[in-house]
Design a binder for this molecule. Structure first.
Ligand code: BGC
Length: 831
């Protein structure tokens, strides 16, 4: 036994830290004491031995350890599976690029940061690379002698999670459904303001990974969906606006974090995380694309992901961090680990990780040792610390930043109210991201009329007790609500992306308010799956939802209780309106064609003003313009191989082959395979109608624009990638006219068919490359819509040249109201 204890000690020399079952520490991120069970200790030592044999450059600097004969005898009984066959699948890229402010907007910040770094001791610099105890989800070390405070890092993408007196904004997927770049900016600005006013320096958001590749993915709702153009615009607009308020935006998760199943290394059972097996072209054209846009706007931080990519863990993947992010995309900010996502010390340092959270992980004094023995250069440590401080200077946080006002809700504390008038904006975005997908017999809008309204379903009212955890309305981690539905109105998903709303306006509350105003009566039942019929009812609203959370993937895209509830109501109510709050794709086949289901509304995850946003749509105060940011299929099988997460089986090194579908996600796959969806990507109804006319395309480079096939190789890379990529090379114009009888806004969408002369079959028939919310237009009013197409919009990633290539030939241009409702067609020719 004694020898096993020793093994435990050796293992801890390697710096293994405990992982809580829910994934990471809460505010304060307290380190726990680690005790190894004998078997786990053996496994640990064997992993260590394996590391010694490891030819993978991400790990080959680790120090040897001595194992006495007695230990060898004890461990001989257990043979862990070998990782060796997987080494090298992710190409090594070393050394880590040293950022120096090449991108003009970073230059001044780098001057200041370099000066500061030159005044720091090695322990001070090292201290800046790890998490420390403090009030926030993550905290860096203060350097009092230079008046550098502890930087406060907080979740997350839709609110300052876990705090009181902050707002709960709609989730990312809901914002995406607005297809409205201006609202994305206003969202980022308001959110950023709340972080700023509470003295949070670094916000963990926005999200562009997961992108929603796995249909049942547990976190698909946190970001802008699986179309890179839409997701990228959201990512960039939000990040830019947040940073405009002075807060560093950390884009997450870089990259390939597309499922929750086996997303992390299970240290206790020595089960590896899933590996996202992504080919180069798919990586660039889908998963890297949105990040490029965020980086271009000056995004100051990127969070590396838990899982492996091509068998190398996300936070020590030199190809992704040193190669793509820092070299190819010229990233000048810092890379922070996902919480407890670091899995090696020297390996991660040399592969490009800059900051470990929430504790010291494998760094601290061990990184100092590594610097002293030459495994990691001091230059690399300088670069880590400089990148962090550059972000601080970049946003002027060194000048009068508000005091950090973040508290643990288990303690009595003060109240700093930063909500301002954000409720109004949240209500507006809530309505703008609501997509009406069925509306027959003139059901909607309800309009000014006395009515008998029934409200049914568990989703119509606030959950009787949502606060199982003070920090998350949406739950997650510790409670799963059955993983299908949330027994109360759903305004957000669960986990770190959840919110802490100051209040929740439920659909019932808002409907009741409106019915009292318009005249009429209400009946309700939030409990039964087969509510008592009211035969005189004019309208029956039925509220159902579809829940998801970080840490788990969804099990189904429908649930029987909810489908039966709708059918039971529709069996006697000839005017049944179904409202679905959903974290992602929710199939509707059970009831969509029922003649008594007269309207269906995809109400997304609208945030704290949920009921008000919905009533605005129901009664027509707002004419709906929300569009589906994904395809709703008729059958689960229509999604093919990306329906379920991989790695559920007990494999040692589970893989998920992204190359199977390549760039053909969502509508790209439905278009290629000619599958008729129930509702296609980009679809949503209005209470008025629109026509499209006068399509005009021009190849219209500005003066001195490089129109060659390749970007100019003599130009410096700046943050976001090659500067030529952002040049506007063509312009598309058309007219949209309101042909109906009500004021309304239309979402005009541009899809581009890139020529495929090589017939590589890797190029989709068309891809979204522009969207514009047009309006509000009065009846009869017309407006010109202008889409600018950049070099990158017209390019494909060339895996041989490792560059974006603007192909020669005819580009097909389609403009319309959805990915299947294409009203105008033309071409752009590049010779
Ligand atoms: C999540 C991150 C989050 C972090 C801090 C992790 O579990 O994956 O998205 O920002 O926790 O809460």
């Amino acid at each position: 036994m004694k020898c096993l204890e020793n093994i435990g000690r050796y293992a801890s020399f390697w710096g293994q830290t405990p992982r809580s079952s829910r994934g990471h520490a809460g505010p304060g991120g307290k380190a726990m004491k680690w005790k190894l069970s004998p078997k786990k200790a053996i496994v640990s030592v064997l992993s260590a031995i394996q590391t010694l044999a490891n030819p993978n450059p991400t790990r080959n600097h680790q120090r040897p350890i001595l194992i006495e004969q007695e230990h060898k005898d004890s461990i001989a009984a257990y043979t862990p599976p070998s990782e060796l066959p997987y080494y090298g699948r992710s190409p090594p890229v070393y050394p880590a690029p040293i950022a120096n402010g090449t991108t003009p907007i970073w230059a001044q910040a780098y001057l200041l940061a370099s000066l500061t770094i030159s005044n720091l001791t090695l322990p001070e610099k090292l201290n800046l690379t790890i998490g420390h105890p403090g009030p926030c989800v993550g905290n860096t070390a203060p350097i009092p002698r230079l008046s550098i405070p502890s930087l406060c890092i907080a979740d997350g993408p839709a609110s300052l999670r876990g705090q009181e007196y902050v707002s709960a904004f709609p989730a990312g997927i809901h914002l995406a459904a607005t297809f409205d770049a201006d609202l994305m900016t206003l969202y980022g600005r308001a959110l950023g303001r709340e972080f700023y006013n509470r003295g949070v320096h670094i916000a963990l958001g926005p999200v562009a990974g997961p992108m929603g590749r796995i249909i049942k993915g547990g976190r698909n709702w946190e970001g802008g969906g699986s179309d890179p153009h839409l997701a990228g615009k959201l990512f960039a607009q939000v990040a830019k606006a947040m940073q405009g308020e002075g807060v560093v935006a950390v884009g997450k998760h870089w990259v390939g974090n597309e499922q929750e199943t086996r997303r992390r290394w299970d240290w206790e059972n020595n089960r590896h995380a899933v590996s996202a097996e992504v080919d180069d072209r798919t990586l660039h054209e889908l998963y890297v694309w949105p990040f490029m846009e965020g980086l271009k706007e000056g995004m100051g931080g990127v969070m590396c992901s838990y899982q492996r990519v091509n068998h190398s863990y996300g936070c020590q993947n030199s190809k992704l961090l040193n190669g793509v992010l820092k070299q190819e995309l010229g990233f000048e900010g810092f890379v922070v680990s996902d919480w407890d996502g670091q899995v090696s010390g020297v390996g991660s340092a040399n592969a490009g990780l800059d900051l470990v959270m929430p504790g010291r992980g494998f760094w601290g004094e061990k990184l100092q040792e590594a610097v002293q023995n030459g495994s990691v250069t001091e230059e690399r440590v300088d670069d880590m610390a400089r990148r962090l401080l550059a972000g601080w200077y970049f946003l002027g946080q060194d000048r009068g930043y508000p005091e950090t006002a973040i508290w643990n809700n288990l303690e009595k504390h003060g109240a700093v109210d930063v909500m301002d008038d954000h409720g109004g904006l949240i209500r507006e975005i809530g309505a703008a991201g609501t997509a009406v997908v069925k509306n027959e017999k003139g059901t909607l809008p309800l309009g000014k009329k006395r009515r008998f309204v029934c409200v049914f379903g568990y989703d119509a009212q606030v959950k009787a007790s949502p606060w199982t955890n003070r920090d998350r309305y949406g739950g997650g981690y510790e409670e799963n609500y059955g993983w299908e539905t949330f027994n109360g109105t759903l305004i957000t998903g669960g986990g770190s992306g959840s919110t802490t709303p100051p209040y929740v306006v439920s659909p019932f509350e808002a409907i009741q308010h409106r019915v009292r105003k318009e005249g009429g009566i209400l009946r309700w039942d939030f409990w039964s799956g087969n509510p008592t019929p009211y035969l005189n009812a004019d309208v029956c609203t039925v509220f159902i939802n579809s829940y998801a959370s970080e840490s788990f993937d969804r099990k189904h895209l429908t649930d029987k209780f909810s489908d039966d509830l709708v059918l039971n109501v529709a069996s006697w109510c000839s005017n049944t309106i179904v409202v679905i709050h959903s974290t992602g794709i929710r199939l509707v086949e059970a009831f969509i064609t029922h003649p008594n289901v007269t309207a269906v509304i995809m109400a997304g995850l609208p945030g704290q003003e949920s009921g008000n946003s919905l009533v605005d749509i129901l009664w027509g105060d707002v004419n709906p313009s929300g569009r589906l940011p994904y395809t709703v299929a008729k059958s689960e099988q229509d999604y093919g191989s990306v329906l379920d997460p991989a790695g559920a089986e007990d494999e040692d090194f589970p893989e998920d082959d992204f190359s199977r579908e390549g760039v053909f996600l969502d509508y790209r796959a439905f278009d290629r395979d000619d599958i008729t969806p129930r509702f296609e990507f980009g679809f949503g109804l209005s209470y008025t109608s629109f026509s499209y006319s006068s399509l005009h395309t021009t190849v219209q480079p500005r003066a001195n624009t490089n129109m060659e096939e390749w970007p100019d190789r003599h130009k410096n890379i700046v943050q976001g990638g090659h500067p030529d990529l952002w040049d506007v090379v063509a312009v598309v114009r058309c007219h949209v006219t309101n042909t109906g009888g009500l004021h309304g806004a239309e979402v005009a969408q541009l899809y581009l068919g890139v020529p495929d002369p090589e017939k590589d079959e890797k190029t989709p028939v068309r891809q979204l490359r522009g969207f514009k919310k047009v309006g509000t237009l009065a009846p009869g009013e017309a407006r010109q819509v202008v889409f600018e197409l950049t070099r990158r919009d017209l390019s494909v990633w060339d895996v041989v040249e490792q560059q974006w290539r603007m192909r020669r030939g005819e580009y097909k241009v389609y403009v319309g109201a959805s990915s299947r409702d294409l009203r105008l067609e033309s071409v752009i020719s590049l010779r």
